[in-house]
Design a protein around this ligand. Sequence first.
Ligand SMILES: Cc1ncc(COP(=O)(O)O)c(C=O)c1O
Length: 450
Amino acid sequence: MSQVADLDHRHLWHPFTQQLDWCSEEPLVIERAEGTDLIDIDGRRYIDGVSSLWCNVHGHRHPLIDQAVQDQLERVAHSTMLGLTHRSAAELAARLVELAPPGLNRVFYSDSGSTATEVALKMAFQYWQQRGGQHARRTSFVCLRDAYHGDTLGAVSVGGIDTFHAAYSPLLFDAHHVDAGDTNQLECVLDFHSEGVAAVIVEPLVQGAAGILVQPPGYLRRVRELCDRHDVFLICDEVATGFGRTGTMFACEQERVAPDFLCLGKGLTGGYMPLAATLATERVYEGFLGAPADGRTFFHGHTFTGSPLACAAALANLEAFEAESTLLRLQPKIRLLGELLGGVAAMPEVSEVRGRGFMAGIDLGEHHASVRLGHRVAMEARRHGAIVRPLGDVIVLMPPLSITKADLRRLVDIVAASIEAAFAGAYGDVAAIEALTEPDTQELEIPRAA
Ligand SMILES: Cc1ncc(COP(=O)(O)O)c(C=O)c1O
């Protein structure tokens, strides 16, 4: 075992990881990266099939972003946003406002997707408190079943993934959970409770951590209309879907929806640095204005909020989108991914393939947790030169937007072969395994096998 692995096993505690399992296997130690490849300490290359947890956009070691971070280092690595400001933060804010749906004029920085949503929830709550009177009764939130908005307690309160969230239930505030895609349910909840609701929070178009669940067309638009009708804020959490993931810069654009809050993270810096942003409308912002003694200040901020290094990386990320026509060049790759996944959907081991743009989930159906089928697939894929991380038994594919068509083919080939091998390893003869359900597809326009 390498020295790194040994130190890791003795001292580290990994996120979302059962350490007993972790310490029973030799960890893969990544030393460097190039483009869409991660490279381990023995020089082996792996396609980064999940964009280093859904955040890498233009590949690793991108010259524009590397240079921007180096240039920023020569000026200042860090200074606070509390009481001071700096060029990268101000320029990035202006750029984000330009790119975001109309009306989102104010940018509040934090440092992770969880804090971006936490900030939106607190702002929405405080806004109504400050409006006073009847409005102060707007203290609750509506969220989607199976939602994931991060791991801080506010974000967990509007989350709905039992495996991650149930243990903390005594610590959480109540929220109304509605089924994604069902506007009638949302309408009922808002009709009944609207005077007590501060905001509706959604992951627009695709619920990522729930297993890449795709919402029906028109759903987000309808959610916006219902929020408007009840004067309830709409928070769109685009931490996962933002920065091109669904094929447009932001998922909301596809339904011509402008939320009251837009939460950004992950791809904001091209996947380089911890930075997040909560964009809000001028209406929200104005609700916080007053004399210091009025108590309308938003008392929230982290030490590394608006980190100059991270903001410099984010500016370069946005520059790369333009310089490389990233979104334009992504479209044929989205079509290719759909075609390739058509083949995967027809495999007897696969129960459903879902996705939108460059977010895809290959659902292997219901299996006993002890089989750890998703994990087996990931380990097989690793042996063949690709890194994927499953969500239970859903294999997630979310490569960097910059991946070449050849590597995209190779990634899907590796995953398909790994699914076969994992089934064989878990159950024996693959041919004997009955397909668990009819293969089905959603949204990706996956051509069905003849
Ligand atoms: C939709 C969504 N919101 C929030 C988060 C939390 O982001 P972070 O892990 O940066 O805290 C995630 C992370 O996967 C996410 O997918």
